[in-house]
Design a binder for this molecule. Sequence first.
Ligand SMILES: NC(=O)c1ccc[n+]([C@@H]2O[C@H](COP(=O)([O-])OP(=O)(O)OC[C@H]3O[C@@H](n4cnc5c(N)ncnc54)[C@H](OP(=O)(O)O)[C@@H]3O)[C@@H](O)[C@H]2O)c1
Length: 200
Amino acid sequence: MSYAIVGFGKIGQALAHAFARKNIDVTVASRQPPEALAPHARAIGPMVVAKSLRDALEADTIILAIPFGEHREVAKALPSWKGKTVIDATNAFGVLLEELDGLPSSAFVAKAFNGATFVKGFNHLSAATLATDPVVEGGHRVVFLSSDDEDATAPVAALAKQLGFAPVELGKLNEGGALVHARGRTWGKLIFQDVFKKEQ
Ligand SMILES: NC(=O)c1ccc[n+]([C@@H]2O[C@H](COP(=O)([O-])OP(=O)(O)OC[C@H]3O[C@@H](n4cnc5c(N)ncnc54)[C@H](OP(=O)(O)O)[C@@H]3O)[C@@H](O)[C@H]2O)c1
């Protein structure tokens, strides 16, 4: 398996730390040339290698750590996403629900990555928390995974475990996955309340 993180801001760097901590090779890319990212990548660890976006997309598994509104630009960089696994760490926080065609944000993003195996994950922790060692007081920090493809989550769960996290599979994007999606300006607790109200 080869891994790339697209987006080398707060979340991209937090994830790069997770890979470096476990000595797992990962490439990182953004719109900037690799030379601009290289010093920071090297400072995180020798396993973290900056590449151009095009070269980074040669990886089997690509983690999206870009602003939600940029996903189509990244999707356009490959003619086909067949055979790729895309892990969507983006949140559509602040995006109007009407702009998402009534879909959970990751289902909306997935439409642009036609043919890819698509999993939502690593999106619910703040970048500062995600960057720290997930082994805390003997326990493993949880990451939530959701996908509309039943077979897709197992390899991503295996990666999460390799990185030291405890993966929790939530099922489909519009079911359990909806609990960890930003909707407009609501998040987490408010979403749980919303689901709870609907069930009453
Ligand atoms: N920050 C958090 O605590 C947090 C927590 C959970 C989830 N998230 C989600 O994670 C995503 C990233 O958030 P962030 O806080 O890491 O943002 P950020 O610090 O602004 O970083 C975004 C990164 O994406 C790159 N980028 C932007 N457009 C791109 C494109 N078209 N192609 C390639 N790279 C591109 C940017 O680099 P260039 O501009 O140089 O290209 C930058 O490296 C967002 O969707 C956010 O909702 C954030």
